[in-house]
Design a protein around this ligand. Structure first.
Ligand code: NAD
Length: 497
């Protein structure tokens, strides 16, 4: 497959509503670009507000039967989907690499297998979600059932389109909800292919609907739609606020996975080789386009020089190239606009007195000239600088130094975000003491960016609220219903005659 073809048997580029692939009501299209060379991969049909209304109506119609279906049957469809994705591993990985610029080796070894793992986890989870019996007053039975919410709207960003779609679809569908989903207008292709695979394995019409389109129209309509009971959003903090605002009309439940400015603290007693490798993975994997990227490298003064010598050498050795080349370790950023935004932070850093230790420019070499590349960039700065406070979302790490544990904590907790945080030390007592005091939804000790479908994922502060993954996710996609039974015909004392 050189590039996906519009409307072909192989690859769908239209909307999926009520089990039918169709053009948008207004007949608009969105070009999808390859960030490696700027070429157009294809055009997709663009949904608009009217299409969201049609998709929600379809999801509402499908909801009662889907919720009533035996939980293990819903789970089985998710398990079949996981198998089908596994069969399609190479084609899906290639599609994701073309659309996002992720190196193919990462798509093959991470994006696709992690998507499979997520659908398997929630496929198995579907019939494990139990209610409870609550010890209340004598003579009464109180039980709590967990019911699906109804129609869930999902909105995801462009940085891990396939994986993030699975994080939301898995628990939403396992719990018995129907879904209207909007991929990013920049990277819609793997989601559309997923829709085809879901049809193939037998998901009924209307259970999953896909409306690719722009955020200000399609995303906004999903957030405000009165027929949607919950919106699950991953994206920037600024858009998260707009979604909360738009959701007020019907007081829908909102789950927000937003930005981050991950602190990654290296103490003087750390295993340096492990910390150097871990810190490089934390920021350079996926071109640093990860909400949980370790974008603030907080180094103890005693080891800072030794650490940086190794870290800078590693950064300079990273192989940039065509995402489809198995030797490529870092691909382009996902869009031209984003590349320009990330580059602007190099100037912002310099203007505030920051020192660019390596990188900071587009890479040399004709073969990379057309792509949205940026050299792995390391900048020494102060904790108050904008590059130490704002999310850059690129292969750009800000180095800060500290002397005491308290100082390290103060720097780490000194932003509005609170998503992931890492610390590297051999001192087990310090590790747990500081893990408790880090303002973060996830803490990694002597590792970074570990994620698994069984472990809750999410943030605090401006990084959002709600949790993906694990039992937490099943709770997020259901509502508890408390049922009281008067088992001993107790007559209340108040109006007893
Ligand atoms: P974004 O907020 O611009 O867009 C995310 C999605 O929201 C897209 O599908 C977009 O079309 C849609 N959208 C835009 N405006 C909207 C509106 N007014 N109403 C409804 N939807 C709208 O984010 P992005 O640039 O695509 O992604 C990068 C951001 O996502 C970064 O801030 C990153 O940290 C964050 N992110 C967070 C997590 C997490 O789990 N916490 C994971 C990945 C990315």
């Amino acid at each position: 497959m050189a590039a996906p073809h519009r409307g072909s048997d192989v690859f769908e580029t239209r909307l999926l509503i009520d089990g039918q692939w169709q053009a948008g009501v207004r007949g608009e299209r969105i070009p999808v670009l390859n960030p490696f060379d700027g070429s157009q991969l294809c055009e997709i049909e663009a949904a608009t507000e009217e299409d969201v209304d049609l998709a929600v109506a379809a999801a509402e119609r499908a909801a009662p039967a889907w919720a009533a279906r035996a939980a293990h049957e819903r789970g089985l469809l998710l398990l079949r989907l996981a198998d089908r994705i596994e069969q399609e591993r190479e084609a899906l990985a290639r599609l994701e690499a073309l659309d996002t610029g992720h190196p193919i080796r990462d798509c093959l070894n991470l994006d696709v297998p992690r998507t499979v793992l997520c659908f398997r986890y929630f496929g198995g989870m579907a019939d494990k979600l139990e209610g409870s019996v609550v010890p209340v007053d004598a003579g009464f039975l109180n039980y709590v059932d967990r019911e699906p919410i109804g129609v869930v709207g999902t909105i995801v960003p462009w940085n891990f389109p396939l994986m993030f779609t699975s994080w939301k679809l898995g628990p939403a569908l396992a719990a018995g909800n129907t879904v209207v989903m909007k991929p990013s207008e920049i990277t819609p292709l793997s989601t559309l292919r997923l829709g085809q695979l879901m049809q193939e394995v037998g998901f009924p019409p209307g259970v999953i609907n896909i409306v690719p389109g722009y955020g200000h129209s399609v995303g906004q309509r999903i957030a405000e739609h009165p027929g949607i009971g919950k919106v699950a959003f991953t994206g920037s903090t600024a858009t998260g606020r707009k979604i909360v605002e738009a959701s007020k009309g019907n007081l829908k439940k909102v789950q927000l996975e937003l930005g981050g400015k991950g602190p990654n603290i290296v103490f003087a007693d750390a295993n340096l080789a492990a910390a150097v490798g871990g810190a490089a993975f934390a920021i350079f994997h996926n071109q640093g386009q990860a909400c949980i990227a370790g974008s603030r490298l907080i180094l103890h003064e005693d080891i800072a020089d030794a650490f940086l010598e190794k870290f800078l050498a590693l950064a300079r050795s990273i192989v940039l190239g065509d995402p489809l080349d198995p030797a490529t370790e870092m691909g382009p950023l996902t869009s031209r606009l984003h590349q320009e935004r990330v580059l602007s932070f190099v100037e912002i850093a310099k203007a505030e007195g920051g020192q660019v230790l390596t990188g900071g420019k587009r890479p040399a070499g004709d073969h990379l000239a057309k792509g949205c590349f940026l050299e792995p960039t390391v900048v020494l700065a102060k904790p108050s600088d904008r590059v130490a406070q704002e999310e850059v979302f690129g292969p750009f790490v800000t180095v800060l130094k500290f002397r005491t544990d308290e100082e390290a904590l103060e720097i780490a907790n000194g932003t509005d975000y609170g998503l992931g945080a890492g610390l590297w030390t051999q001192d087990i007592t310090r590790a747990h003491r500081l893990a408790k005091r880090l303002h973060a939804g996830m803490v990694w000790i002597n590792c970074y960016k570990r994620v698994h479908p069984a472990s809750p994922f999410g943030g605090v502060g401006q990084s959002g609220y709600g949790r993906e993954m694990g039992f937490e996710a099943m709770r997020e996609y259901t509502v508890p219903k408390s049922v009281w039974v008067n088992v001993e015909a107790v007559i209340p004392p108040f109006y007893k005659r």
